[in-house]
Design a protein around this ligand. Structure first.
Ligand code: RNT
Ligand code: ZN
Length: 432
């Protein structure tokens, strides 16, 4: 029996198995196909960007570590790498760009002067690949962010510069959404904060609120642009105080009717983003998720199929929140093959959603409303070992992407024929 036949046969058995529990596997597969995942372009080059020939991540309280060979050196390489990754991920997805990934033909243009022209090639590429685009202003890796403050800076000139950047980015994002016929989520994350205990916690937050209001003053159609703000607990060098905290942005997003971005690495280790969703969506129309994996700190490790990821997906499915949630991945690991990093994280996100859709929700809801918590727990635990893998394999087969770990062979082949030929002048990577 060939492998296609085997996959189909295993799926049929799984389908029957799930039907006994009242779960329709076909419906689950249809559902997950509707959910785009936004891939972080910055996983492809360790958050370097292409603003200058030697651009690299600098400051911002975040850090990409690892020196795995093959990092994209140009926008063309980054797109080729993304194309490769996307070909190994079932479904239709999106790419999340940062402003520092502009195409400026080696003529430096500062952040407050960028326009959509510098992103037209990205839009054209996305259009030809049937992809959506999301966007982020870049408030780090810039001399005007070196003091650790941007939109909340005491210095009027610095604040004004970053306000102009925010305004420029929203215009770009709106145009991306317009040209691609799918709203672009433009997410504001700033690194502002203090290493040590501040005297004035209030001033920076007031300035941030005012700066944001100025940035968001221009109105765009929600069919083109969705504004979002992202909080954080702490960063490297902002351990004691972060201006854009969770409480700050929760209040801001609710009062301004914009999206709140919940990054799974930005909370206390025992806090669960899954538990926050039903609270924030009581008051907000939509949210953005930055699905990440924090290991001891906001380390932005590749997303794995962890209990945390599963409960996040379960919450989205159980609460019927998917239509109001934009899912983006946010990590950057330079210590492994970067294309594999995209593929692993995205496939895990989709798998988690599939697992959530394969749960016997009606039955579980009934048990809960009847107060039968014993059966609720028993079923949930029995459910963990049902043959979801066969359903997942069939989904991959149906959407023409490699089944099981076969995708890794393709990444290895690409590594040999493409990545290994990339030579780095600054010796930052080992030549292979
Ligand atoms: C930083 C935030 C932010 C960044 C990206 C690169 O802690 O999570 O979303 O990861 O903008
Ligand atoms: Zn994030």
């Amino acid at each position: 029996m060939d492998s296609t036949c085997q996959t189909e046969k295993a799926y049929k058995l799984a389908q029957e198995h799930y039907a006994v529990w009242g779960v329709d596997t076909e419906a689950a597969l249809k559902n997950i196909y509707q959910i785009p995942i936004s891939l972080p372009c910055w996983q492809g080059d360790d958050v370097g960007g292409f603003e200058t020939p030697d651009a690299k991540l600098n400051g911002g309280g975040i850090q990409a570590t690892g020196n795995y060979p093959g990092k994209a050196r140009t926008i063309a390489e980054l797109r080729a790498d993304l194309d490769k990754a996307l070909s190994l991920i079932p479904g239709q997805h999106r790419v999340n760009l940062h402003a520092c990934y502009l195409e400026n033909d080696n003529k430096f243009v500062d952040r407050n002067e960028i326009t959509v022209e510098y992103f037209q090639s990205w839009i054209d590429w996305a259009k030809s690949g049937g992809l959506g685009l999301d966007f982020n202003p870049t408030f780090f890796s810039h001399p005007k962010a070196d003091e650790g403050f941007t939109l909340s800076s005491l210095d009027d000139n610095i604040r004004q510069f970053w306000i102009e950047h925010g305004i420029a980015c929203r215009r770009i994002a709106a145009e991306m959404g317009k040209q691609l016929g799918s709203p672009c989520v433009c997410n504001v994350w700033i690194p502002d904060g203090y290493k040590d205990t501040p005297i004035d916690r209030r001033g920076p937050r007031q300035r941030l609120s005012q700066s944001l209001d100025t940035i968001f003053a221009e109105k765009f159609s929600r069919e083109h642009l969705l504004d979002s703000v992202e909080s954080k607990l702490f960063g490297i060098g902002s351990e004691s105080y972060v201006v854009g905290s969770h409480d700050f942005y929760l209040g801001y997003a609710i009062s301004r009717r914009i999206l709140l971005c919940l990054d799974t690495g930005h909370y206390h280790p025992t806090e669960q983003v899954a538990d926050k969703i039903s609270s924030v969506l009581t008051y907000l129309d939509e949210i953005l998720l930055h699905v990440s994996r924090a290991v001891r700190w906001d380390s932005d490790h590749v997303v794995t199929l962890s209990d945390e990821l599963l409960s996040l997906a379960e919450e989205l499915v159980r609460g019927n929140f998917l239509e109001r949630t934009h899912i983006g991945l946010d990590y950057f690991d330079g210590s492994i093959n970067r294309i594999a990093a995209w593929v692993i994280g995205a496939r895990n996100m989709i798998k988690a959603l599939l697992l959530a859709f394969l749960q016997p929700l009606e039955q579980l809801r009934t048990l809960e409303s009847e107060g039968d918590f014993t059966a609720r727990l028993a079923l949930l635990e029995e459910y963990r070992t049902l043959p979801a893998g066969a359903v997942w394999d069939y989904y991959c087969l149906k959407h023409n992407v490699p089944i099981g770990s076969a995708w890794l062979d393709e990444v290895r082949a690409y590594e040999k024929s493409v990545l290994a030929r990339r030579i780095y002048s600054d010796d930052s990577q080992i030549e292979i």
